[in-house]
Ligand binder design. Structure first.
Ligand code: GAL
Length: 654
């Protein structure tokens, strides 16, 4: 499984039956191995309760399989049929504004609906029983993109009732809940679990522990929903891998937790679709308008590969302009090939393109595909042909464990959203910026979750770990890794309280710091950090006033408490009392890597290097050619030492 496998998302139900056979033949001819099917087919298979219309799907599977393709079947729960919604309108999700979200698109269900959970089990059983042992079905996808269209948090009656039951289990008595939530504050105490409402539509901000518990509860509902179907598919389809397609930049549920129930972690990659809505600067958006951010593919593939213990697939790859972003530019020619190899370099075992043929009707007509709606090959098909040729010359390779890991923990991200103390607090963005900073220095990265094995890393970075448990602190200490720890680490307990010893709480011994006060500054404050070499770097936003007995690697230059420590270093940890960005971040990351003895390459804005086993990939996201400084005897398998714009070079490292 270490050669790149290729596939496509196919919607035969949207095309005349007379095209199916030819489609299958062309897919094979184009070098595809996999075809994903059926994630939006419920009402076609079961047009009325208990009436099943399997014939057409049976036939499609046979045609595809007989042509030589492996089928990834899906459960169809992302789009429940209208008859079911009419029977049980309470399945529909409710938005934060309290309005019921209606039928007519997709994802119109609430994770808290027990009725829907039972119906999902029922239909998953039908699909799994029908196709579980089918000789052409080799893998399964459960549902489709859990948080698509912001559907993880739902404020329905079912959610309220489920949340109350969940709280009762968690706290046992209302006294415990009141004490943990601190409801003595603003006299918001409860006398029974039945009084508790959901934290939306309030006059001011909700109690932070209430909000965090609702995030935890909602995340657990996603896990429960996914797991229920995984169990069914496993039972009826033994030996087949089960996956789900996670989204980019989605932190609304705990992906680590959901991933533990999957065999493969899937990722849907839309580098341009996600660019304009990102927090990149306008300059970078302009620069990468047709390539996507250079670290988009790497960030998500590394994150999901780590969650999948090495097993990660791109289940949907952007093939050209999408139709759903605020503006939908064309990728530069060559980018579909580049994204495909970047996914592989970062550990993907397979890349599937979304979709086979551009839709002729309904919602996604402007969304491109491998083929245009008339069946003629579009640019992505040409680039796929090149990937297929290149695949033939690349030896198999498996991605190895990196020496640097980023700790990413979902509850800490929720916590920072709940108590930002700074309207523009970059939160999840911090992870992307640190990731990009490290990658631009040529460092390969893993991600770890708070429960993961931390041993063996030379360095672990904690960009934003607001909640650090005693156990995690102990395992960080035992890991022997050098630690680079961002501001706010350990500043809240799991209950969203301030630790008794103040921030950084459980990390205090390790970093030797006590945070005395925090402030957040507007951009116009223009404060700076003075490094030991005398250079000054601007920063803004979050700042901490700390005391320490360890050596001070940098100080604040400020009208307020001038000279107070900005970076503190002990033998094991570097602690940052602010959130560095831009050149300051880059300088700190370089220093930290040097300190941990990790080799760095020269920072190049547009070029990224990634290693997969002995293979080294170089990607040029820029509009000008780039020359690699290479030893004379280097043998390129793909490309040369001059990488053209949007090009890829690959060689073997001895
Ligand atoms: C994904 C979704 C697909 C399709 C695609 C279009 O988010 O899973 O079904 O809508 O976007 O880019």
């Amino acid at each position: 499984m270490s050669k790149l496998e290729l596939g496509v998302c196919y919607y035969p139900e949207q095309w005349d039956q007379s095209l199916w056979r030819e489609d299958a033949r062309r897919m094979v001819e184009m070098g595809l191995d996999w075809v994903r099917l059926a994630e939006f087919t419920w009402s076609l298979i079961e047009p009325e309760r208990g009436q099943f219309n399997w014939g057409w799907l049976d036939e499609v599977i046979d045609i595809l399989g007989d042509a030589g393709l492996r089928v990834m079947m899906s459960t169809p729960t992302a789009a429940p049929p209208k008859w079911l919604i009419n029977e049980y309108p309470e399945i529909l999700p409710v938005g934060p504004d309290g309005r019921v979200r209606g039928f007519g698109s997709r994802r119109h269900y609430c994770f808290s609906s027990d009725v829907y959970l039972a119906e999902s089990r029922r239909i998953a059983t039908e699909y799994a029983r029908r196709y579980g042992e089918n000789r052409h079905v080799h893998a399964w996808q459960i549902d489709n993109e859990y948080n698509d269209h912001d559907t993880v948090l739902s404020y329905s009656d079912a959610a309220r009732d489920g949340f109350r039951r969940w709280l009762e289990q968690r706290y046992g008595t209302i006294y415990n809940l009141n004490r943990t939530w601190g409801t003595v504050f603003w006299a918001s105490g409860y006398t029974s679990f039945d009084q508790i409402e959901l934290p939306n539509g309030l006059v001011a901000n909700p109690n932070p522990t209430h909000a965090l518990d609702f995030a935890r509860y909602s995340s657990e509902r996603v896990r429960l929903f996914n797991r229920a179907q995984v169990y069914i598919v496993r039972q009826f389809s033994p030996g087949r891998d089960i996956t789900h397609n996670f989204m980019a930049g989605s932190f609304e549920f705990d992906h680590h937790a959901v991933a533990t129930d999957l065999d493969i972690v899937g990722f849907d990659s839309y580098p341009l679709g996600n660019l304009l809505g990102s927090t990149l600067s306008d300059e970078d958006k302009h620069r990468y308008l047709r390539t996507g951010a250079p670290d988009y593919q790497g960030f998500h593939c590394d994150l999901y590969r780590s969650q999948g213990n090495g097993r990660m697939w791109v289940l949907e790859q952007q093939p050209g302009p999408v139709d759903w972003a605020e503006k939908n530019p064309s990728p530069a020619d060559g980018m579909v090939r580049l994204w495909t190899w970047a996914a592989y370099a970062h550990g993907a075992q397979a890349v599937m393109f979304f979709r086979w043929r551009q839709a002729k009707f309904a919602q996604e007509q402007f969304h491109t595909a491998l083929l245009r709606s008339d069946g003629s090959p579009d640019q992505a098909a040409l680039e796929l042909a090149q990937v297929v040729q290149e695949r033939a010359v690349l030896p198999s390779a498996t991605r190895q464990r990196a020496s640097v890991a980023i700790l990413l923990d979902y509850p800490s991200i929720w916590a920072a959203d709940i108590l930002p103390h700074d309207d523009a607090f970059p939160n999840a963005q911090i992870f992307r910026e640190w990731y990009a900073g490290l990658r631009s220095l040529g460092v390969d990265l893993d991600f770890v979750g708070p429960e993961d094995d931390l041993t063996g890393y030379a360095m672990i970075v904690l960009p934003q770990s607001m909640i650090v448990s005693k156990d995690l602190a102990k395992r960080l200490r035992d890991s022997q890794a050098k630690l680079l720890i961002g501001a706010r680490a350990g500043s809240k307990t799991a209950d969203m309280h301030t630790p008794q010893n103040l921030a950084p709480g459980e990390l205090a011994d390790l970093v030797g710091v006590r945070v005395l006060r925090v402030e957040s500054l507007p951009d116009l404050a223009r404060e700076s950090v003075r490094l030991q070499d005398g250079t000054q770097h601007e920063f803004t936003g979050w700042r901490e006033i700390i005391e320490t007995e360890h050596s001070i690697a940098a100080c604040f230059s400020s009208a307020y408490r001038d000279g107070s420590p900005a970076i503190v270093q002990s033998d094991r940890a570097m602690y940052l009392a602010m959130i560095p960005r831009g050149p300051l971040l880059q300088t700190i990351l370089t220093e930290a890597l040097n300190w941990a003895g990790i080799p760095v390459t020269e920072n190049n804005r547009d070029v990224r290097l990634a290693r997969r086993g002995a293979l080294v990939f170089a990607f040029n996201f820029g509009a000008t050619p780039q020359i690699l400084s290479d030893p004379e005897d280097r043998q390129y398998l793909v490309g040369t030492s001059e990488i053209p714009p949007y090009g890829v070079s690959v060689w073997i490292e001895p």
